[in-house]
Ligand binder design. Structure first.
Ligand SMILES: Cc1cc2nc3c(=O)[nH]c(=O)nc-3n(C[C@H](O)[C@H](O)[C@H](O)COP(=O)(O)OP(=O)(O)OC[C@H]3O[C@@H](n4cnc5c(N)ncnc54)[C@H](O)[C@@H]3O)c2cc1C
Length: 413
């Protein structure tokens, strides 16, 4: 969420303190000749990068710059989304470990705060905030991610534990995660939404096998996981048994709101509108009316999304708007990113397709390829449009043939 208006006095003070602390304590990121920031890709960190990021996160947390919107009782700062947005703006030019901890701190942690027991929050929120624990979502399965409630991973009660068996896929950050939130089916004799339970799974447990997936952009930040007789103690159920669909929906709303207001998930892509202007100038295209029109249209779109993000995020934060509207934010962020990446690729031209080592034009190709995933990750744009139609516009629900049928009577695959 970027600030649309001038900071109030307390926010201006907060911004000043953040600026001063960053300048005194954190290395600035390198810059290109035109002054724009070069953001390192930490999607698949090495062991030493991970250790360094954890140390840095401890420092950030101790200084009060982590867990900005989390309750104070669990190690957070108890501040607003505006404070968080200011911190993101100010820290964007510094080498803070945003990418490595983003999913843990902006999706999984808030889900535990919303649905976990007091003991679960005390146990997990402080280490999530100071970087000792990295979390991920184990939602999607090979049989389909959009029909999340149709998941096939099973959890059978066995004394004090549940035994999980199944396969998950496309899980961001699984290779270096410590814990996951993982919905699994605990009842098969009720309709699909009513037989799911959400589990906290220790990713170092026996029976968890992780295989990285090579991606189109050259990275391998997400993985597939095979769960074979993984024992999960009963106290690691998040929420109630068979109430996991409510928790899953809540987690997705948290994710969509965050992705939408942070412009794509806080991974600080290198290709904002300022970078496009600079790219156009470097290619001798700054005076081209066609280029000017496209950059201006993109700027207007991005600005509109920013303003709408502020409005909807604040509405959700204050309880005036339904959290279901978070799909609008994600949809807008996806569209802005993909259009910006397409324009970047067009402007960079041949330099984005073949570049000498060290030349930054390769970033445009990587950004374009990565941007294709925006309209799939976290729920596809088609699914967001369905949600927006139903929640925001009040259109009739999508027809469903299996909503009221016991899951064990629904044909699969
Ligand atoms: C970068 C990235 C990161 C991801 N990270 C994670 C993660 O950390 N954890 C995790 O669990 N998953 C993750 N995913 C997976 C993601 O959530 C799924 O890919 C997504 O939900 C779509 O599911 P699917 O790939 O199974 O496609 P499917 O559900 O098989 O859909 C295929 C196509 O059909 C369309 N479609 C399906 N149903 C409908 C419908 N009812 N109406 C209209 N169109 C429909 C979809 O829009 C899509 O175009 C990630 C994906 C990406 C790309």
């Amino acid at each position: 969420m970027s600030t649309a208006t001038q900071d109030s006095a307390p926010l201006a003070d907060y911004r000043r303190r953040a600026r001063e602390w960053l300048a005194a304590n954190i290395e600035p990121l390198p810059r290109r000749p035109d002054g724009t920031v070069i953001v390192p890709d930490r999607s698949r960190p090495t062991e030493s990068q991970l250790a360094e990021a954890r140390t840095q996160q401890l420092v950030l947390h101790a200084a009060g710059w982590a867990g900005i919107t989390y309750p104070v009782e669990y190690g957070g700062q108890g501040l607003s989304l505006d404070h968080e947005a200011l911190w993101q703006e100010e820290s964007a030019g510094y080498d803070v470990p945003t990418q490595i901890f983003a999913v843990s701190q902006h999706i999984l942690g808030p889900t535990i705060v919303a649905f976990g027991s007091h003991e679960q929050k005390l146990r997990h929120i402080p280490p999530i905030l100071d970087g000792r624990e990295i979390w991920l979502q184990l939602l999607s399965e090979p049989s389909g991610g959009s029909d999340l409630a149709g998941l096939l991973t099973r959890a059978d009660r066995d004394g004090p534990s549940y035994i999980l068996n199944g396969q998950k896929t496309w899980s961001t950050g699984a290779a270096h995660a410590d814990f996951a939130l993982c919905p699994a089916r605990t009842r098969w004799d009720v309709p699909k939404h009513r037989g799911i339970t959400m589990f906290i799974v220790d990713m170092h447990s026996p029976g968890v096998e992780i295989r990285p997936i090579r991606q189109i952009n050259g990275g391998a930040e997400f993985c597939e996981e095979f769960l074979t007789d993984v024992a999960v103690p009963a106290e690691r159920v998040l929420g109630e048994e068979n109430e996991g669909w409510r928790v899953t929906r809540g987690m997705l709303e948290i994710e969509h709101a965050w992705v939408g207001r942070s412009g794509g998930g806080g991974t600080r892509r290198p290709t904002g509108v300022a970078e496009l202007v600079s790219l156009a100038a470097s290619r001798g295209l700054a005076g081209d009316p066609g280029v000017q029109r496209r950059v201006a249209a993109l700027h207007a779109l991005a600005r509109t999304h920013d303003l709408m993000s502020v409005r909807v995020s604040k509405g959700i934060e204050s309880g005036r708007l339904s959290p279901g509207l978070s799909g609008i934010l994600k949809l807008g962020a996806d569209i802005v990113w993909q259009r910006r990446a397409e324009l970047g690729l067009d402007l960079a031209g041949a330099a984005a397709l073949a570049w000498p080592a060290g030349d930054h034009h390769g970033e445009w190709a990587r950004d374009y390829l990565t941007s294709r995933s925006a309209s799939i990750a976290g729920g596809s744009d088609e699914i967001q449009r369905n949600n927006v139609g139903e929640v925001a516009l009040g259109l009739p629900r999508e027809p469903s043939f299996d909503r009221d049928v016991p899951f064990n009577q629904v044909p699969h695959n």
